[in-house]
Design a protein around this ligand. Structure first.
Ligand SMILES: Cc1ncc(COP(=O)(O)O)c(C=O)c1O
Length: 417
C-alpha cells in the first residue's frame, strides 16, 4: 500500500475536524496541491489538456482547472451545466460519450459547444443535421476502437467490444464529404485505463498511429487532431509504478510527429485530480472473526464504490484525533506495528468492502480512516442511496482558508419522497 500523506496543515485540519450530526464521511480536496500539480502538467507545448469532468465535477475543482487553462471534456447534460455554471465558456468544452441523442447534440450545439467526439454513424448524422438546422459548423473527431493481437481487458474495455466508438472497418464505410456542415478534424482513441508504465503507454500509442492515419485517409479528411483520451494511472496498490509526466510528454512529442498532426489532445481524469483528494470516515466497530481482524466503518461503498468494482483499494491510514477519548495520549500518531484489517462498510452486501489494508494494530473504535487518491472517481462514482445512509460532505482545503465546506452531508430525507 502506498498511502499518500496529506500536507501537515491539511492533516491537522482533518484531525481537528469532528464527524458529528449527519456527517459520517467526507471528502476533502487540497486545492493548493491541485493548482501546483496542474501548473506542472501545463508546462509544455506538446499536448493540449482537457479535464474529464466525470473524475470529479465539484465546482471548486472545475474552477481550479479553468484557472490553470485546462479545457473541459463533458459526457452528460449535468456535466455541461456544472461547467457552464462555473463561468467556463462553452467554446472550451468538448462532448464525448456513447449515449448522445440527437436532442442532446442539438442542445449542446445551441449553447455554443463546438467540438464533438462522435461515437457512431448516427451521432455524426445527427451532428450534421443539427449543424444545418442551426447554421453552425462544429468540428468532430471520430472515436475509434482498435484490436491488438494480445489485447487485455480492463474497465475501458481494452480489446473487448465496447460502445465507445466504432472499429476502423465500420468508420471506413463513411465519406467525410457526405457531412459538409461538420469539420471532420481528427480521431479519438481511448481503450486502456489506469496505465502505470510509460513504456507500455508509449507502445500502445505508437501502435495506434498507422491504423489511425490510414483511417483518416480512407474517410477522406486531413488528420489535424489526435485525441488519446485519458488512462494515465495512479498507483493505488503501491506497486512502485507510475507515469512520469516529463517522459510522457517526450513520448507524446514523438507520437505527434509520427502522426503528422497539428494538435495532440489528452483528456485527463485520474492523473489530474486523484492525488489532491482524501476521504475520511469513522471506525464504528472492530472485531476478530474467524481469526481475521475486521473494521466496520460508518460508510463504505455508499461513499467510495471504486474498490468494489475494480478490486483496487484506495490506500488508507489511521487518522487519530485528540478528541478520541479512548486514546490516552495527547499525541495522535500511533506507534504500534501494523497488521492487516478487512475494511467493511455498513451496507447489507459483502461487496461493501474497501479492501484488506495494513493499519496500526492499536486502531480502535472512535478512530477514523483517511483514504488517499480519493480526488478522482470518489464522491460521484459511489452508490449513496442504498440503505438510506447519509450522502457524504465535500470540503476544499487551502493554506489560506483551511477546510471550507462546499456541500454539507445530507440525510436520506434530502432525496427520499
Ligand atoms: C472519453 C474519456 N476521456 C477521458 C477519461 C478520463 O480517463 P482517466 O481518468 O483514465 O484519465 C474517460 C474516463 O472514463 C473517458 O471516458
Amino acid at each position: 500500500m502506498a498511502f499518500l500523506a496529506p500536507s501537515e496543515s491539511l492533516h491537522q485540519a482533518m484531525q481537528q475536524h469532528d464527524l458529528t450530526g449527519n456527517e459520517h464521511g467526507y471528502f476533502v480536496y487540497d486545492l493548493d496541491l491541485l493548482a501546483s500539480h496542474l501548473n506542472k502538467l501545463q508546462q509544455q507545448d506538446v499536448v493540449k489538456l482537457w479535464y474529464a469532468v466525470k473524475a470529479n465535477p465539484l465546482s471548486k475543482v472545475v474552477e481550479t482547472m479553468a484557472q490553470s487553462g485546462i479545457q473541459f471534456d463533458v459526457a452528460s447534460r449535468g456535466e455541461l451545466a456544472q461547467v457552464l455554471a462555473q463561468n467556463v465558456p462553452s467554446s472550451k468544452v468538448l462532448n464525448t460519450g456513447p449515449a448522445k441523442s440527437k436532442a442532446q447534440i442539438g442542445e449542446f450545439l445551441s449553447v455554443g459547444v463546438n467540438t464533438f467526439v462522435v461515437e457512431s454513424i448516427n451521432q455524426l448524422r445527427w451532428l450534421q443535421e443539427a449543424a444545418v438546422e442551426q447554421g453552425k459548423s462544429p468540428r468532430a473527431l471520430l472515436r475509434v476502437q482498435l484490436r491488438w493481437p494480445e489485447g487485455e481487458k480492463n474497465p475501458l474495455g481494452g480489446n473487448s467490444l465496447t460502445p465507445f466508438g466504432l472499429g476502423t472497418d465500420e468508420w471506413s464505410e463513411i465519406t467525410a464529404a457526405d457531412f459538409p456542415a461538420v469539420e471532420l478534424c481528427g480521431l479519438h482513441i481511448f481503450q486502456w485505463g489506469n496505465m502505470l508504465s510509460n513504456a507500455k503507454m508509449f507502445e500502445l500509442w505508437s501502435q495506434m498511429v498507422a491504423p489511425l492515419v490510414s483511417l483518416a485517409n480512407a474517410v477522406g479528411f486531413e488528420l489535424k487532431v489526435l485525441d488519446l483520451g485519458g488512462g494515465l494511472g495512479v498507483d493505488y496498490l503501491g506497486q512502485g509504478q507510475g507515469i512520469d509526466w516529463q517522459t510522457a510528454v517526450g513520448d507524446l512529442a514523438k507520437i505527434k510527429e509520427s502522426a503528422g498532426v497539428e494538435e495532440l489532445w489528452l483528456e485527463l481524469g485520474r492523473y489530474a485530480v486523484a492525488e489532491c483528494g482524501y476521504y475520511v470516515t469513522d471506525i464504528i466497530d472492530c472485531k476478530t472473526n474467524f481469526g481475521e481482524q475486521q473494521l466496520v466503518l460508518a460508510a463504505g461503498i455508499n461513499h467510495l464504490l471504486r474498490p468494489a468494482i475494480t478490486d483496487q483499494p484506495f490506500p488508507a491510514a489511521l487518522l487519530r484525533s485528540a478528541t478520541n477519548k479512548k486514546v490516552q495520549s495527547e499525541i495522535s500518531e500511533s506507534t504500534s506495528d501494523t497488521q492487516h484489517f478487512h475494511i467493511h462498510g455498513p451496507l447489507c452486501t459483502s461487496m461493501d468492502c474497501l479492501g484488506v489494508l495494513p493499519l496500526p494494530a492499536d486502531v480502535e473504535v472512535g478512530d477514523k480512516l483517511m483514504f488517499s487518491f480519493a480526488g478522482a472517481y470518489g464522491f460521484t462514482e459511489s452508490m449513496p442511496l442504498f440503505l438510506c445512509h447519509e450522502v457524504a460532505a465535500e470540503y476544499v482545503f487551502t493554506e489560506q482558508e483551511g477546510m471550507v465546506c462546499v456541500r454539507a452531508a445530507q440525510p436520506a430525507s434530502w432525496y427520499l419522497r
